[in-house]
Design a protein around this ligand. Sequence first.
Ligand SMILES: [Zn+2]
Ligand SMILES: [Zn+2]
Length: 298
Amino acid sequence: MQLRKDPCGIFCVILIYASLVYADYALSRWMILPTFSDGLWAPVHIIIFNIILFLVVVSHSRTMLADPGIVPLNKSSEEKLRRSVPEYSDDESGSDNEIFLRPEEYVGEDWSVCTRCESFRPPRAHHCRVCRRCIRRMDHHCPWVNNCVGELNQKYFLQFLIYVGLCSGYAIFVIIHSWINHSDHGETGLKGPRGQSGHHIKVVHTIVLSMEALLFGMFVLAVSCDQLSAIFNDETAIESVQRRNRRSPRRSKRVSKISLLRGICGNGSIWTWLLPCTPSTFEREVIHFPSAPPHYDV
Ligand SMILES: [Zn+2]
Ligand SMILES: [Zn+2]
C-alpha cells in the first residue's frame, strides 16, 4: 500500500471522488427518485448505480495503492557504487571516471542499470520521473490514479476504465429516461428542499451530469482502446514511442490475444478478470538479484 505525494495526482484523485459523490447525489435525487417514484424501480436503479460506483471506487483505489511493479533497489551494489565513485552514469558522453555497469554479467542478458534510481532492471522496465523508481513493464504514469500503470496493476486500471464507462453509460440512460417520463407533479418530483419548484434545478443538474458522463465516458473509451491495442500488440505506450522514434517496425509475435490478456489479468477464469477483489499477484517471473555485488575494474 502506498500513496504518491504528487500534488497533480492528489488533485486528480480528489476531483474523481468529488465527481462520483456529485453523480450519485444528482442522479439519485434529481433523476431517479422523481422519475421512478411509483413502485420498486427507484431503489433498484439506485442500488445498481451504487454497485457500479462501488466497483469504480474499489478498482480505482486498488490501481492507486497497488505496487505497479516497482523494481527493488539493489542496496549492496548501490553502496559499492557510492564508495567507488561519487557520481556515475551510463551516458556515453560521460567522463573517464564513470563506471559502465554490465548487469548482464550477474543478473541476465537484457538487464540494464537505471541511471536515475540506480536499480538493476529487467527488460521492459522503465524509469518514472514522478514515482522516481523503475517500474516493470511500465505503460504510463496516470495522474487520475496517482500511480504508474505497470505490470502488477494494469488489470485494475482496465477494470477502472470499464466501470467508469459503465457508470457513464448508465447515468446517460437514466438522464434520458428521466426526461422522457418527465413530470412536474411527482411525489418527490421537482421540488427543492423547502417545497419550491425544482424544474430549473433539474435542468442544471442534467447539463452538469451529462457533461460529466460524456467527458468521462469518451475519455475512458479512448484510453481503453489504447490499452487494448497496447496489450494485443504486446507493446506498452512507452515502447511504442521508443519504437517510433527509432523508426523501426513493430515486432510481430505469434501469441494469441487471449494469452496476452492472461498475461495482464492472470490465469484465473475470465469472469474473475472483472473483479477488483482478486489478489494482485499471479504467476509471474520472479526477480533474482545477485547475492554479492559485482567487482569493478576502474
Ligand atoms: Zn530508475
Ligand atoms: Zn509513476
